[in-house]
Design a protein around this ligand. Sequence first.
Ligand code: FEO
Length: 170
Amino acid sequence: MNKKVSELINTQINKELYSGYLYLDMSNFFESKGLAGFANWYKVQAQEERDHAMLFYQYLQNNGEKVTLLAIDQPDKKYKTFMDPLKAALEHEKYVTSLIDNIYAEAVKAKDYRTMELLQWFIKEQGEEEKNANDLISKMELFGGDARALYMLDQELAGRTYNTPSLVLD
Ligand code: FEO
């Protein structure tokens, strides 16, 4: 594999694992506030991020590259309001999108068509992740100020279940 592309994917494993950590921390915040539905939503999100990391991990190994596991940063954000994690999540997803786009640009440069194909799944996934984060902000803006509506929203988010990713790498 092209060295730069391989290195960026290796780093992306770490970024995805950090994303999982970040969402677990958000889940932990909502759990401590008694919003178990929000906590569930972010716990499922954390699982999805671990899946993303494992897809990149498997992809490198499938292409004969040895993975180097890097230290995962501690999530250090302090949340004051219920809206804070939602906005931080959207900003984070935008950042992850920029990372994926950057790897894609390097893969194009290296004429690495196989990696480009892999990344197309992630590019679509990032669109969905940003939309989900945006939708949650809209719902909080609409209903967050009313205790009964917030309770209903929390109930809705309690229904999110974990699904294995639509992309499978053997
Ligand atoms: Fe793996 Fe939320 O991006």
